[in-house]
Design a protein. Structure first.
Length: 131
């Protein structure tokens, strides 16, 4: 299983905000720090805002911050905010004419279930803890 670039960047943005908890960070700063286009980060952060994971403030002293403590935000929530879990994990992405006896489909489903369960149990604070 491979994360999309959008999923990776959603996690990166949320993790950066978690590591600076309580402070606003600008996308320009994150863009420069990680060498990622500011325009692309704006597109990614839109999903995080829509999902209620981050909030934004415009103008002087503005930037982005988490709406909840990092220990209350799971990786699964971030992946869902990226919009890809609806079509990439679970469901009938690879329909099999032999269902329900298709071994590859059962294996994929089991792996996806474990992956999503794990992501639902890992929080942002666990990702950014040092040591």
């Amino acid at each position: 299983m491979k994360l999309t670039r959008q999923e990776e960047l959603s996690i990166l943005i949320a993790a950066e905000l978690a590591s600076h908890e309580g402070k606003r960070l600008s996308l320009v700063d994150m863009s420069e720090l990680h060498g990622i286009s500011n325009a692309y980060l704006k597109k990614i952060v839109r999903g995080l805002r829509t999902a209620g994971i981050v909030s934004a403030k415009e103008g002087v002293g503005g930037g982005y911050m988490l709406t909840r403590p990092p220990q209350n935000i799971t990786v699964l929530e971030i992946l869902q905010a990226a919009g890809s879990t609806k079509h990439m994990y679970g469901g009938d992405m690879h329909p099999c004419p032999l269902q329900p006896h298709c071994l590859p489909q059962r294996i994929r489903t089991q792996i996806e279930t474990v992956f999503l369960t794990y992501c639902g149990n890992v929080t942002l604070d666990q990702l950014v803890k040092k040591g």
